[in-house]
Write a protein that binds this ligand. Sequence first.
Ligand code: FPP
Length: 250
Amino acid sequence: MSEKESKTKNRKIPQHIAIIMDGNGRWAKARHLPRMAGHRAGTENLRRIIRACTEFGVKYLTVYAFSTENWKRPKDEIDGLMQILSDVIDRELVKLHEEGVQMRHIGQMEGLPPALQEKIKSAVEKTRNNDRLILIIAWNYGSRNEIVHAFQKILLKEAPNPEEITEELVSKYLFTEGIPDPDLVIRTSGEMRTSNFLLWQSVYSEWYFTPILWPDFDREALQKAIIAYGKRERRFGGRFKQQKKEIYAD
Ligand code: FPP
């Protein structure tokens, strides 16, 4: 085991990492390549990061791959991204399944090409009993859309009195139902915005921003983010020392 590896071994490993995979376009531009080459490089990198997460013992990995705002992009880029997800499922699912990866989808299914909807649903179904790593793909996802969608479903299914609307009830109707909140959210490429990603779920997440462009965000960069996370003191709105005193009071 290298010195770096043993460093990660001794640190707190976030149970759930969520990533805003940003910078594919700039990565391609810097190489005078078309934007799609950046998205393909980003896809290869995602494979490496999935592997690193299983190695490090991360249990949940959420990746923001296509947002509700990405429909504003030119049609050929949108079509290219839809094709990438379809190809990834065709090419990688058997291997991911063998590796014990469960695939989940968060986002609005309606609006996606019907063939892709079927492919996503069957990949989710095929891998539903795997538990080594839960890979959550945010595709046609936006937090505001998710919250509106949750309220529509609550009104339809539960018709609650106002006092019956609780945080637990709202959480139950989000796309992320049953998934623990992310411990660490990483955004690559130097941008420092949340961009409509997991707004409800990330209120107490640790955020980590790096200038590295997504296709270059490798295993070592992930390890660095995990080490930085391990050094943070998470208080969840409380006062850590006071909480500690209470814990040790008796
Ligand atoms: C942001 O970079 C990236 C995206 C909008 C797409 C992310 C998609 C992948 C990595 C493809 C594969 C994903 C899966 C789940 C199969 P950008 O294009 O906004 O980059 P820029 O800000 O440098 O222009």
